[in-house]
Write a protein that binds this ligand. Structure first.
Ligand code: PAF
Length: 295
């Protein structure tokens, strides 16, 4: 059955009112759905009675106007895919519905959580845009559970902080990064890669995997782990915007990986900025699976 599309918060609330007590699951997206989003919908479907997926290309989280303009918009296809994966409602508001005239409030998550990694490159305003729209979406939907992908690890950490700080009654679930067979993290932006760029992009997961292999062999020095990533990228003619190893909880830099750390990378391939990450946990072997790789 096709999910019902609602465009306003009032319509959304009215549609959810009879089902509120049953449990609402929520998957926020900017559309251009891929398997990563659909796996979040399927998990929400299995865990909650009513599943809402939002599609809103949020202008306030884009730095470059060109990136916003080029962001793929495929609503009809998205609704069909979301429905098949088990969404009941698609909330697809207009920019005016989300940011009416006079809108003047920003939700800003401070500290290293938003100043490092993507925050250092894109500016804190990116995460202000994300936090503000996610807060608005959570207030609109009032879900019991909200589902995010671990590819945007810093977004997940910032959203968890915001939810805790504002006391929002929602459980935030981060599901493992969804990957293509060659290991590339799925992203709506991948659609903008040419076939040659798509091929080159597969170096990114291979670079992370090389660092994971070194970590599994006992390497704990963040600089040397980062150097493994850089070396793999350089061999393919790529250079990272950043490669960093930070604490998985507070995103502060670490001197040595003695507890869960995030190895995060950003690389530009053609017109697309790819971001990816893996978690390094001493004693845990959770390496990226790359088709055709024998070891
Ligand atoms: O991850 C995304 O797609 C977006 O940042 C989100 C969470 C939908 C907010 O616009």
């Amino acid at each position: 059955m096709s999910a019902r599309i609602v465009r306003t918060v009032a319509e959304l609330r009215a549609a959810l009112a009879p089902h509120r007590a049953d449990g609402v699951g929520f998957v926020p997206t900017m559309g251009a759905l891929h398997e990563g989003h659909l796996s979040l919908v399927r998990t929400a479907r299995a865990e909650t009675a009513v599943v809402v997926l939002s599609i809103f290309v949020n202008p306030t989280q884009f730095g470059e106007a060109a990136d916003l303009a080029a962001y793929p918009r495929t609503e009809d296809e998205d609704v069909a895919l979301a429905s098949a994966a088990g969404a009941d409602l698609v909330f697809a508001p207009s920019v005016d519905e989300m940011y009416p005239t006079g809108f003047a409030t920003t939700v800003s998550v401070g500290g290293a959580l938003t100043a490092t990694l993507e925050g250092a490159v894109r500016g804190r305003s990116h995460f202000d845009g994300v936090a503000t729209v996610v807060a608005k979406l959570l207030v609109a939907v009032q879900p019991d559970r909200a589902y995010f992908g671990a590819k945007d690890a810093q977004q997940v950490v910032a959203v968890r902080r915001m939810v805790a700080d504002l006391g929002l009654p929602v459980a935030v679930h981060a599901l493992p990064t969804s990957r293509d067979a060659d290991g590339l993290a799925r992203s709506s932006r991948n659609a903008r890669l040419s076939p040659a760029e798509r091929e080159l992009a597969s170096v990114v997961p291979r670079a992370l995997r090389r660092a994971q292999d070194a970590f599994a062999d006992g390497l704990r020095d963040p600089r040397r782990l980062g150097a493994e990533v850089d070396a793999e990228l350089a061999a393919a003619g790529l250079a990272a915007e950043y490669v960093e190893v930070v604490d998985a909880d507070d995103l502060e830099p670490v001197d040595r990986v003695i507890r869960a750390a995030l190895l995060a990378v950003a690389v530009r391939v053609g017109p697309v900025r790819l971001i990816d990450n893996v978690t390094l946990v001493p004693g845990v072997d959770d390496r990226i699976s790359i088709e055709g790789r024998t070891s």
